[in-house]
Design a protein. Structure first.
Length: 364
């Protein structure tokens, strides 16, 4: 079967790129031909918002004391974007089979018309979270543009939160699109609850793992070895913080002083010279990982590392809470995880998740 995979637009996100890689790897192992839809979208601020955005940032940074606010965000993004994209693009070109570049829904439609695809799989990641779908619109992540004769599958899609972010009008529209799917699986228990509350039960949704958890520790170690990356974090603390605040800085300092270990930091502004495989190895080799990232937690678990999760409500704590519940991890005890139990639990959930993916070929 020839499958087109759709998820959030290409960017430098470590977890986003690795979940694409993992899902394609698993589907290929099942005998499918898979191509990732190479969607690129610009997130530049519209010109008419500039006069308002910069004064707002000045107030937040200098009057409200929010030191993590970057006043000249666009300049910073422009300065580092080329280097960041070069790292992510190198991985994407090498490991992720993909289509030609498209920038909007019209481009995706042309792609589907010319590609002889049997199915479109949407997922994983927060493709059903309203606030994350502005690139092509939420309705299109429900595959509104896909013709009736092409199978539509949602794999491990996330809504990011346990709260309904859809308007009543939007919920009504999305309900019709949901009914066009041949099969649906979600990543979080909270998403299952939301779908039940909406009354969306045809097709009946099930729970599946994030694609990154479908591969083994050894699969990722092969990637690391193949790319000959350095061991930078052995005997050290690895910090992967997406949204740095005074609180996260304070927590890092506490662990640094208590453990008397050096901290290797990577964040959104530090990804310029840290490749995807280097990031993986940083987690793998660290004595301790401190993160506010979903995939920071996931790969700490994959590599059986002790870690500290710093809640990040803006990015969606429901994702982490669900992951911990599924794997039997206590949120206040991630420094002493019973990885024998957790690894066995992951094996059980891999079996369920692969069974869902295997069923794609038999859908009518």
């Amino acid at each position: 079967m020839k499958i087109a995979l759709l998820n959030l637009p290409f960017d430098n996100n470590y977890g986003g790129n690795l979940q694409r890689y993992a899902l394609i790897k698993v589907l290929q192992g099942m005998g499918h031909e898979v191509e990732h839809i190479n969607l690129h979208c610009s997130y530049s601020l519209p010109w008419y918002k500039y006069p308002y955005s910069i004064p707002k940032r000045i107030i937040k940074r200098y009057l409200l004391g929010q030191k993590n606010v970057d006043v000249l965000l666009e300049k910073h993004n422009k300065d580092i974007r080329k280097i960041i994209d070069a790292n992510a693009l190198a991985f994407y070109e090498k490991y992720i089979p993909h289509t030609f570049e498209v920038r909007n829904v019209s481009g995706i439609k042309k792609l589907l018309n010319s590609g002889n695809y049997d199915a479109v799989v949407v997922g994983s990641d927060q493709v059903w979270r309203e606030g994350m779908t502005h690139s092509i619109g939420c309705e299109n992540f429900f595959l509104k543009f896909v013709p009736d004769d092409i199978k539509k599958i949602a794999y491990s899609v996330s809504m990011g939160t346990n709260k309904n972010e859809y308007s009543a009008k939007q919920t009504k529209k999305l309900a019709k699109l949901y009914g066009r799917f041949d099969a649906v699986s979600v990543r979080e228990l909270s998403a299952l609850d939301l779908l039940r509350n909406f009354g969306w039960n045809k097709p009946k949704p099930c729970l599946c793992l994030d694609p990154t958890l479908l591969l083994t520790q050894n699969d990722y170690i092969k990637l690391i070895i193949e790319n000959n990356v350095k061991n930078l974090t052995s005997g050290k603390i690895f910090s992967y913080i997406l949204d740095e605040t005074e609180n996260t800085k304070s927590v890092l300092n506490v662990y640094r002083r208590h453990l008397e270990k050096e901290i290797i930091k990577v964040g959104l502004k530090d990804t310029t010279d840290v490749s995807i495989c280097q990031w993986l190895n940083n987690i793998r080799c660290a004595d301790l990982v401190i993160t506010d990232s979903y995939h920071g937690c996931v790969f700490s678990i994959i590599f059986n590392r002790p870690f500290v999760f710093l809640g990040n409500e803006g990015r969606g704590n429901a994702r982490i809470e669900s992951l911990f519940e599924m794997l039997g991890i206590k949120s206040d005890d991630t420094l002493k995880i019973d990885y024998v139990y957790v690894n066995n639990k992951i094996k059980e959930l891999i079996s369920i998740s692969k069974c869902f993916l295997s069923s794609i070929a038999s859908l009518n």
